[in-house]
Ligand binder design. Structure first.
Ligand code: XMP
Length: 529
């Protein structure tokens, strides 16, 4: 590929948190690679990335607001096709000499557009269609060379284009599912207008990543910390596919994982993938470290910093290791705020600073997932042959069961919680499975998203057989959520709750009571600590 050839990738200029992410995901769903860049990126810097097309996202601002994000006008002179949505539509109009007016009547929600004339963007779609609108301001005059391609009752320029320069824009949001032909419009732009190819498939991605990792690593040794979580597992499988036994995985067992998890890590990586795996039994070390500690943030701090100590000790023991593989994913990079600083280099640097390398220790980092969204990481995991129970594992905090035991962590409490938690998971896995069979949807409205047991630091009176007991309660926490930012307690059927309760009391010694947490987030959090 010559330097001048555009890569098969679309740059999404993001005018407001979250808007760009959704668009990038939709483009990737169509098997075209897409990356998010800050909206104020200089045209020169953008050109150096060699995108094949640009998309200007929506955003919450008004184009005439004082601190409204703007765009380098020179991006319209790069000869690239440009598609703008909502704020992107308005900024395109204003930047190229049109006008945006503040209207009295806004449009929020579904709206009916009527097309005006022929347009490559609308190929294969009807003259009238339902779209999703969310705006008050509207384009009142299109720039020279542009024509109006659709309107609604209240919005005279629902979309416009300048076919000659391949500039298109819509006031509505094609990226949201409520826009009836949103996907077709995006396909028309990517494949019809830009002539891109749908080559960003899992198989191609794996081949590409494997080649990249091989080139980056050469004949050096790489180490990776396995946690049993999705991201580190997928990186391990991917890097192992690329460089085989040059990779050593270190699994630091802090003793606070759920029942069966250490065994699963061994089984998958040592037995199935045959990756050189060091299982560090640090259970005793962590037990000593946490003795007497009751404060949640102190538990987190101790567990986190100890991990790196154990890990670097192990790296030293293995010897000759020059590289460290990490499961950083795209949202980590975006959410670290680093993208505000611009290009990828500065992003990665700020993120890397989080690793507390000891004095005199240095590793070159590889982060092969740093441009993948979570669901893409899962897809990659499946394609690499990781088992579903690992790839679709629900979120589990790094400090593990330590923050689900209120107060001091002791071996006795860990044993109780681990056994109670296994019952909660078993019953709710089965419940989710039943919902799936009924609805055909993996994440139907009432399926549980995250569920576990919590052990509070109290005892209560009960009676078992003829005897009075004074034993521990277990709290069941089960929530519906999509991103953990907000959550609602799952409206579990009574028989499911009843079965969980009777099983825990019967099967877990030391427990005489089970309670269900019925608090949403906010005001509560999902975890108890
Ligand atoms: P909260 O409790 O804040 O949790 O509603 C939101 C999501 O984050 C997970 N969580 C953690 N994950 N380390 C992690 O890796 C932590 O210290 C931690 N605390 C909470 C939690 O399980 C939920 O999915």
């Amino acid at each position: 590929m010559s330097e001048a050839t555009p890569r098969q990738f679309v740059a999404v200029l993001d005018f407001g948190a979250q808007y760009g992410q959704l668009i990038a995901r939709r483009v990737r769903d169509l098997h075209v690679y897409s990356e998010i860049v800050p909206c104020d990126i200089a045209a020169e810097e953008l050109a150096a990335m060699r995108p094949a097309a640009l998309i200007l996202s929506g955003g919450p601002a008004s184009v005439y607001a004082e601190d409204a994000p703007s765009v380098d006008p020179a991006i319209f002179e790069l000869g690239l096709p440009v598609l703008g949505f909502c704020y992107g539509h308005q900024i395109m109009a204003v930047t190229l000499g049109g006008e945006v007016a503040h209207s009295e009547v806004g449009e929020y929600g579904p709206a009916q557009i009527v097309r005006d004339g022929e347009s490559a963007l609308y190929a294969g779609t009807p003259d009238e269609q339902t779209v999703w609108m969310s705006h008050r301001d509207a384009v009142s005059r299109v720039p020279e060379g542009f024509v109006v391609t659709s309107h609604t009752d209240v919005c005279p320029v629902a979309s416009m284009e300048c076919a000659e320069h391949r500039f298109f824009s819509t006031q509505f949001h094609p990226e949201v599912r409520h826009t009836e032909y949103g996907r077709t419009l995006l396909e028309n732009f990517l494949f019809g207008v830009c002539g891109l190819e749908a080559t960003w498939t899992m198989d191609n991605i794996i081949d590409e990543k494997v080649a990249e990792i091989r080139a980056q690593v050469g004949d050096r040794k790489v180490i990776l910390g396995l946690s049993g979580g999705v991201d580190s597992s997928v990186v391990a499988a991917l890097v192992h596919r690329a460089i085989g036994d040059q990779l050593t995985c270190v699994f630091v067992n802090h003793g606070m994982l759920r029942k069966g998890e250490p065994e699963m890590v061994e089984e998958v990586f040592r037995d199935q993938f045959q990756v050189p795996l060091v299982h560090v039994h640090a259970e005793q070390r962590y037990a000593r470290l946490l003795a007497g500690v009751t404060e949640p943030e102190e538990k987190r701090r101790r567990i986190g910093s100890e991990f790196w100590k154990v890990f670097f000790d192990e790296a030293q023991r293995i010897g000759g290791v020059e590289m460290l593989a990490q499961g950083t994913i795209y949202p980590d990079i975006i959410e670290s705020g680093a993208r505000k600083t611009g290009g990828k280099a500065s992003t990665i640097k700020s993120h890397h600073n989080l690793i507390p390398f000891p004095e005199g220790v240095h590793f070159d980092l590889i982060e092969p997932l740093d441009h993948f969204f979570k669901d893409e990481v899962r897809e990659l995991g499946v394609a690499l042959g990781l088992p579903d129970r690992m790839v679709f594992r629900q979120p589990f905090p790094g400090p593990g069961l330590a923050i689900r035991i209120i107060g001091e962590v002791t071996p006795e409490k860990l044993e109780i919680l681990r056994n109670a938690d296994a019952i909660v998971r078993e019953e709710l896995d089965a419940y989710n499975e039943r919902l799936f069979e009924e609805t055909g949807e993996r994440n139907s409205e009432h399926s549980c998203w995250q569920y576990f047991a919590v052990l509070p630091d109290i005892r209560s009176v009960g009676v078992m057989g003829d005897e009075r007991t004074y034993a521990r309660p277990v709290i069941v926490r089960a929530v519906e959520s999509s991103d953990a930012m907000t959550a609602d307690w799952a409206k579990l059927p009574y028989d499911v709750l009843g079965k969980i309760s009777s099983r825990i009391v019967a099967e877990v010694p030391g427990v005489n009571r089970v309670v269900y947490d019925v608090t949403p987030k906010p005001p509560a959090t999902i975890e108890w600590e």
